[in-house]
Design a protein around this ligand. Structure first.
Ligand SMILES: O=C[C@H](O)COP(=O)(O)O
Length: 257
């Protein structure tokens, strides 16, 4: 059994391709006050589009809010038009980088191998990857949820040692629940989270498995957050649509606290 570690909850807002810089600054102004009273109980992370990272880095000085990027390339520099590297993101104050989001896998050809390369680059630049995994509806209906998620986790973590992995964040996001309003039940989420933790224990050890934080993502809203976040292996949420409204995101953060 994985050691019963006390894992600090982590709630991240993935803004995807939303919010101009002025809009991003406005949202953060609203959020700052709303999450100020939470203290250390929940780690709160914002993942705006690349162009808003620098202005938010400045605006968030002293605030209990961390920054994440939504993706990065695996090379540090070079002829890769349109790409952004991990060291560039570290310099902008990012603590985390989301890698392997299903939208990247679906629309931009992301594979388990490139997810692994990106995660390595993130770690090498001193940041923490938030590694997304999750099955499609067809895979769930074919009873392939656990094998698919296991393949994605193994692929993303290939070559990492326990010391690194213990600090990583995984996000289980069933593709059929993303942006659809159709969330996994808390039992469905807990089943997959427990399976991921079991896999981590087999790949590494109980101590490591007990430390890795596993977020749930997919139509998390203020009215379902407490139930999902109350599951023993659900250590936070990766929130899309509801993170674009300060009140909704703050309510989800509070549900985690
Ligand atoms: O990264 C976030 C997820 O894709 C969830 O998005 P959603 O909350 O809009 O379903």
């Amino acid at each position: 059994m994985a050691a019963a570690a006390r894992r600090r909850k982590i709630v991240a807002g993935n803004w995807k391709m939303n919010k101009t810089v002025p809009e991003a600054l406005g949202l953060v102004r609203e959020l700052r006050g709303m999450v100020a009273s939470l203290g250390d109980t929940v780690e709160v992370v914002l993942a705006p589009p690349f162009v808003a990272l620098q202005p938010l880095h400045i605006a968030l000085e002293g605030a209990p809010l961390q920054l994440a990027a939504q993706n990065c390339h695996w090379e540090a520099s070079g002829a890769f038009t349109g790409e952004v590297s991990a060291p560039m993101l570290a310099e902008l104050g990012c603590a985390y980088v989301i890698v392997g989001h299903s939208e990247r896998r679906q629309f931009f050809g992301e594979t388990d191998e490139t997810v692994n390369k990106r995660a390595r680059a993130v770690r090498a630049a001193g940041m923490t990857p938030i590694i997304c995994v999750g099955e499609t509806l067809a895979e769930r209906e074919a009873n392939q949820t656990l094998p698919v998620v296991e393949r994605q986790v193994r692929g993303a973590l290939a070559g990492f040692d326990a010391k690194d992995v213990a600090t990583f964040v995984l996000a289980y996001e069933p593709v059929w629940a993303i942006g659809t309003g159709r969330t996994a039940t808390s039992a469905q989420a807990q089943e997959v989270h427990a399976a991921i933790r079991g896999l981590l224990e087999r790949l590494y050890d109980g101590e490591t498995a007990g430390r890795v934080r596993i977020q749930y993502g997919g139509s998390v809203k203020p009215d379902n957050a407490a139930e999902l976040l109350g599951q023993p292996d659900v250590d936070g949420a990766l929130v899309g649509g509801a993170s674009l409204k300060a009140g909704d995101f703050a309510a989800i953060v509070k549900a985690a606290g």
